[in-house]
Design a protein around this ligand. Structure first.
Ligand SMILES: [Zn+2]
Length: 370
């Protein structure tokens, strides 16, 4: 932890003092944990940022947070100093008695206090949930800023990315409802934006990657712009490539053979797996709710429609619920909507069943209401 109280109940932030001054303070002062009030040690190592630590035998919830990495301490300090420079009212590691929680930073905004959690170490979904709910119950907003994962995604490019499940909790939406994710990299003092996220399957997304150095950021953070139709065409090409790779993998690994509902559907529809039509395997709104890749459930759906002698846009809710049950899926509202959306989209594009550019444009309009 970066702060403690002195005997005079003054808040003390060691990184703001020189090493020499700190060595003197350490001889003259005792410091106390803001949470459990027990005396804590001031650590002035050569490698680490000066900080406080409990003694081994003390019991305090805060001890769980100790052994914080240098990166975490660095990030907190960078964000704290930046927010102060921008003229915001911000506290470092305040202990919120009512919640028994201690955010990294607490920012006073016009409407509500905003807790900022800069998360560098792995965290369970459970802990994330408990802390998030704690803030919400107390009428506070929370901003989870995860450390940018180490990867080689080049900036300014549209590409396939993988987002770990815990980071997906921090995905947010622009005012026109386009999902994006901001992370922070304390090593280079830079925000990383994965903008215009398009879910493919599992933890795979397509995104346009952007970065903003800390000193160019603003609070509230910059919102990314919606990609253009031209840029979306690149998304569409990557999406189709991933569809092809997926089909290839399915063929290689399918043990069920003709019993496999996806492969059987393609066979019964008389479709060649090497050249599935473009309108099978398209991203639609709410498709993330269906835990099966679009190319798979859409092929099975088209075969289901063939048997019913209906077009996908003619399916009613009962048909759709039955279809989801056949896939061993609970027929939730979002899943039903995803299937309906597919029907609607095909209803539009069927006049030009396999014209790639037309489908791409229809999908763009459908996804972004443009
Ligand atoms: Zn303590």
């Amino acid at each position: 932890m970066l702060i403690a109280y002195t005997e005079q109940q003054q808040l003390f932030i060691p990184y703001q003092h020189s090493r020499q001054a700190l060595q003197q303070y350490r001889q003259q002062q005792q410091f106390f944990c803001p949470q459990c009030q027990q005396p804590v040690q001031l650590k002035i190592g050569r490698l680490m940022i000066p900080h406080f630590a409990h003694m081994a035998n003390q019991s305090c919830d805060q001890r769980f947070a100790e052994g914080e990495s240098k990166l975490h301490l660095q990030g907190k300090i960078q964000l704290f100093e930046w927010l102060k420079t921008c003229g915001h009212t911000v506290e470092l590691e305040p202990f919120l008695t009512k919640l028994s929680q201690r955010p990294d930073l607490l920012l006073q905004t016009e409407h509500f206090p905003l807790a900022i959690e800069y998360q560098c170490s792995p965290i369970t979904h459970e802990t994330w949930h408990v802390r998030t709910e704690g803030y919400k119950r107390n009428n506070m907003q929370v901003l989870w800023l995860f450390q940018t994962p180490q990867n080689n995604y080049p900036s300014n490019a549209i590409q396939k990315i993988r987002i770990a499940p815990i980071l997906q909790n921090a995905i947010t939406k622009t005012t026109n409802k386009v999902p994006y994710l901001i992370t922070y990299d304390a090593q280079v003092a830079r925000f990383n934006y994965w903008t215009n996220l398009l879910h493919v399957h599992g933890h795979t997304f397509i995104a346009k990657v952007l970065t903003i150095p800390l000193h160019k950021q603003q609070m509230p953070f910059f919102e990314p712009r919606l990609i253009t139709l031209k840029a979306f065409n690149t998304y569409w090409q990557i999406y189709k490539k991933l569809c092809q790779q997926y089909v290839y993998q399915r063929l290689l690994h399918s043990k069920k053979g003709v019993q496999d509902p996806f492969l059987r559907s393609c066979y019964e529809l008389n479709l060649s797996l090497n050249a599935l039509p473009h309108f099978i395997g398209i991203p639609v709104r709410n498709a993330k709710a269906i835990p099966i890749f679009s190319i798979e459930w859409q092929a099975i759906l088209l075969n289901y429609c063939r048997k019913l002698q209906l077009r996908p846009c003619e399916l009613d809710k009962r048909n759709i619920r039955l279809f989801l049950t056949l896939l061993n899926l609970e027929a939730t509202k979002l899943r039903v909507q995803a299937v309906e959306n597919y029907g609607k989209l095909l209803g539009h594009s069927f006049q030009h069943p396999n014209h790639n550019m037309v489908i791409c444009e229809e999908i763009y309009r459908h996804l972004y209401n443009q």
